[in-house]
Ligand binder design. Sequence first.
Ligand code: 3H9
Length: 692
Amino acid sequence: MTAEYKVNGSVAVITLNNPPVNGLGHATRSAIVDGMRKALNDDAVKAVVITGAGKAFSGGADIKEFNSPKASAEPTLHTVINVVENSEKPVVAAIHTVCMGGGLELALGCHYRVVSPGAQIALPEVKLGILPGAGGTQRLPRVLGLEMALNMIVSGNPVPSEKLAKTKLFDQLADGDLMEAAIAFANKVADARPLPKVRDIKIDYPNHEGFLQFSRNTVRAMAGPFPAPVKCIDAVEAAVTKRFDDGLRYERELFTELVQTPESKALRHAFFGERAASKVPDVPEDTPTREIKSAAVIGAGTMGGGIAMNFANAGIPVTILEMKQEALDKGLATIRKNYENTLKKGKLTQEKFDQRVGLIKGTLSYEEIGQADIVVEAVFEEMGVKEQVFKKLDQVMKQGAILASNTSTLDVDKIASFTSRPQDVIGLHFFSPANVMKLLEIVRGEKTGKDVLATSLKLAKKIKKTGVVSGVCDGFIGNRMIEQYSRQAGFLLEEGALPEQVDKAIEKFGFAMGPFRMGDLAGNDIGWAIRKRRYIEKPDITYSKTADLLCEMGRYGQKTSAGWYDYKPGDRKPYPSQVVNDMIVKHSADLGIQRRKISDEEIVQRLVFALTNEGAKILEEGIAMRASDIDMVYLTGYGFPLFRGGPMLYADIVGLQNVVMTMERFARGRHGEAWKPAPLLARLAAEGKSFN
Ligand code: 3H9
C-alpha cells in the first residue's frame, strides 16, 4: 500500500506512505485517487486531509519512473491534482519536513494548506534539468507573487516554511501537533463554500515584461549549457500572460521537451549516482561504524594541509605530523592563509575562522597522534616511504584506529601488509585541492574491514565529499582511466595537433580544463616520474615521448613559468609556445610521421572514448561496482562536464554501437592497439544494451 486511508470523525485522512520520501509514483497516485473517491462517496466525511508518513510530506514525482510508461500512466499527477482541486469537499494539505516538486504541486491543488515550521518548501525540478510539470509554474506565482515564485523555480532552492507563513501559500503555521491542527482546520472549513482554488487567483504584476526580460538575460548568462532555467521563465511568463489552462498546457509541453534532453538525463543520473555510490552490496546499511572524534594527518604538504582542513571544517580536531619544524610551520601557515582568504572574501565568519584554525595543531612526534581515531597518510608517493610510515603507525596508533593512505596509485594491499592490522587499513584518495574537490576515492583493500569501509563512507558524507569505492589496481578508478586519456592527448600531438587545439576542443566539449593546461597546473614532472616507473614495470605500454621531451627542457608547468605553454610572471594565462610547438613538429618528423589536420571531433572522441573503454575494463574487473560510480569519479574529481553525465553515460547516449564503430576506425590508425574495445563494451554494444 502506498497511501493509507482513515476516517477521523468527519475528516478523512489520506497519508502518503511510499518510503523513503513519498515519491508520487504510479501506485501512490492511484492510492490518492482511491482515497479521494472513498471520501467523496462517504456521506459521513465532510473534509479531507492529505499528509505524508515518515520523513516527508512528499519529495515530488518519483524520478525513477521518468522515461518509463509508468510516468504517464493514469492517474497522472495532473489527474490527481484535478481530482483534489475539483473535489466538492474541502481538501487540506498537512505539510511537514519535505514538500518538494510534485509534492508542492499537489499541495497547491488542495484548497487549504497547514504547515509545520521548518518544512523545506521547494520546486527543485530545475536541478534535474526539467521544470515543475504539474502546475507548479502556474500556481506558485499565484500564491507567492511573480518575483518570489520565479526565484524559487529558477534556483530550485528550498525555503523554510516559516519564511512563507505570511503568504497565500499557507493558511496556517502549526506550532504544535500538525495532524491535530490540520484536522481542526478541516473541521472548521467543512462547510465553507465556494472552495478556494489557487488557479482562480489573479497575478497582479505591472510591467511584468520588463521584469521577465531582465530575469531572462540574467539567467541565460548563468545557465551555461542547461536549457531548463530559461524555460522556467518561459513557463512562469505563461502564468501571467495566458489563461490558466493554456498556461498549464504550455508548461506540460516544456516539461515533456526537457525531460528528454541529454542534460536532464545527465543531471538525474548524477542525482542517483551520488546516492548509489554510498551503497556497497556486501556492506549493509546497518553495518556498525567506528566513532571518528579526532584525526591525524601525516605530512603538512599541500595535500596533507587540505585533508586536515576537511576535518576541521567538519568540527573534528586534527593533528598534523611532520618530520621537520620548518615544514610543519610552513604547512600550518598555508592553512591559516587559506582560511584568511576565505574570511576576507566574507565566506567564513570570524567565529568559524577561530574555531577551525583552533581545531588544527601540529606535532613532530608520532606519540602525540597515537590516540586519534583515524590517521591519513599524505607523504611522498613512493612505496619505501609508505612502508616506513605504516610500520610506525602500526606501533603507535591505538587499537581500532583507522589507518588510511592518500596514495593515488600504489597498492593498498601492499601498504596494509606493512602493518599487523590490515583490516584497519584503507585508501582515502583526496583530490587536489583537497579542501575544495568533492571526490573522495575510497580504496577497499582485500582485507579492509567492512566496518572500516562503512565508517569511511559515513566520514565522506560528514566532510561533504562524494565517496566512491574503488578496488585495488594501479591508479584506482580515476587515475587508471586518465592515463588512457593522457596517452591519446600525446598521440594527437605526434599526429598533427598542437596543445592549444587539443585543450580548446575538449574545453568546448565542456571539460573544465584541457589535458595540457591541466598538466601545466599540476606539474608535468609528476606524470614524468610515473612514466619513468612505467617504462620499467610495463615496457609494452606505448606513450608519446613529447611529454618527456618537454620535461627534459625543464618545462614543468606553471611552477617553472613554462610548460606546454609560456607563462608571464604573476599571470596564470597560458600563451601558446613557439619552442614547444617547434619541438612537437620536429618530434613528428623524427618519427617519420606525416602530420595531418585533426578535427576537433576526433580529438574529443579519442579523449573521451579512451576513458569509456578503460572504464568498461574497470567495471568488468569489479574495480568499480557500477558504471555510475565511474561517472561520479569523473564528474566530481576530473572536471568532466556535468551536462554530459560522465564518460559512461555519455557513451550510452551516443550509443555503444556508435562508440565501438568509431573505435574500430581509430584502431586502423597509429597506436591502433589502444582501441581494442573492452570485452564488456563489445558485448553490450552487440546486444544493443548500455552501461547504465
Ligand atoms: C517532479 O516532481 C516533477 C513534477 O514537477 C512533474 C511531474 C509530472 N523520486 O537525498 P536522500 C530517494 S521531479 C524518487 O539521500 P535526504 C533517493 O534516491 C521531483 N526517489 O535523502 C534516496 O534513495 P535511496 C522533484 C527519490 O533526506 C532516498 O530518497 N523533487 C526522490 O538527504 C533518500 O534521498 C526533487 O527533485 C524522488 N523524487 O533528502 C527532490 N527524492 O535511499 C529530490 C529522493 O534508495 N530529492 N529520493 O538512495 C531531494 O532533494 C532529497 O532526496 C530530499 C531528501 C530533500 C527529498
